[in-house]
Design a protein around this ligand. Structure first.
Ligand SMILES: O=C(O)CCC(=O)C(=O)O
Ligand SMILES: [Fe+2]
Length: 278
């Protein structure tokens, strides 16, 4: 019997793929913005994470939108590279940042009984070694490449099993940010199914509680990565700056233009009124 592509790769060279500039700098910055506005204390010391279920639970589901095309693009890459016969499911998606002191020793990503459903890993680097943080180099125990220098936009894809034992050096300075995904062949671990169920519960809950008035939460100004004069020239797609207000049913009204102008950042320079509903 001929070995499958996956098995063949295991015996010849480690089943891994490193891609440069897989994400654009705008995509990296948009995800960084979401992480800065929504992250919580992570699963280890000096680590912060933003999971998709956390975004739903904190009334920030519009922040899911930028993840959708990126997750699809990554899934397709992983399926094609590993020659998967059946569609994979995404088991976990998270933005993870590591601050000074964080590190992880040699491990494989399926190294606990409750992680055995993790078959493939994709780590997208959202910021860069040397510029945004020091330390935090990634090492594979065997095979080439040995060391990865995280650079914004690059992605490392590898099997989650013992063919790819890896470690990350301690962060010495700054904050190292990644978008990390695990993929599974087992559809019982499909993250999408869980997210859809959470989303529908949240929507049902908010329609029952319609008259309830909550104050809008606009993300703080120091989270913007571009200046306001540049903002109107940038076509970054979905405007996440006002997303927190939108999910709560508020909008911004310009008296001069006599209308709702919530998709233009120019409004921030105008006399404005905050309105509820459309
Ligand atoms: O962030 C990285 O480069 C890899 C992190 C890692 O090994 C893990 O989260 O299991
Ligand atoms: Fe890992």
């Amino acid at each position: 019997m001929l070995p499958s592509r996956e098995m063949g790769a295991k015996s010849l060279k480690p089943p891994r793929l490193i891609l440069h500039n897989f994400l654009t700098s705008e995509e990296c910055k948009e995800l960084e913005f979401i992480h800065k506005s929504s992250s919580t204390v992570g699963y280890r010391p000096n680590v912060f994470s933003t999971t998709l279920s956390h975004l739903i639970a904190t009334n920030s589901s519009p922040f899911l939108i930028p993840f959708v095309p990126i997750r699809e693009k990554l899934k397709e890459k992983v399926e094609n590279f590993f020659g998967c016969e059946y569609e994979l499911c995404i088991e976990f998606t998270g933005l993870i940042s590591w601050c000074r002191g964080a590190c992880i020793g040699w491990h494989s990503d399926d190294n606990r009984p409750y992680l055995k459903q993790r078959h493939f890993t994709a780590v997208c680097y959202l910021n860069s070694y040397g510029k945004d943080f020091k330390g935090g180099l990634f090492h594979f125990q065997d095979g080439e490449p040995t060391t990865l220098v995280p650079m914004a936009g690059d992605v490392a894809i590898y099997t989650a099993d013992s063919c790819n034992i890896h470690a990350v050096d301690e962060i010495i300075e700054g904050e190292r940010l990644t978008l990390t995904l695990w993929f599974s062949r087992d559809s019982a671990h499909d993250e999408d199914a869980k997210l859809i169920s959470l989303l529908s519960k949240t929507m049902l809950h908010s329609s029952i509680n319609m008259p309830e008035v909550k104050p809008p939460m606009l993300a703080s100004i120091n989270m913007y990565w571009f200046s306001l004069d540049l903002a109107s020239h940038q076509q970054l797609g979905f405007d996440i700056c006002l997303a927190r207000m939108h999910v709560l049913g508020f909008d911004v009204w310009s008296c001069q233009a006599e209308g709702l102008l919530s998709d233009s950042t120019e409004i921030l320079m105008e006399p404005l009124q905050l309105v509820r509903g459309k």
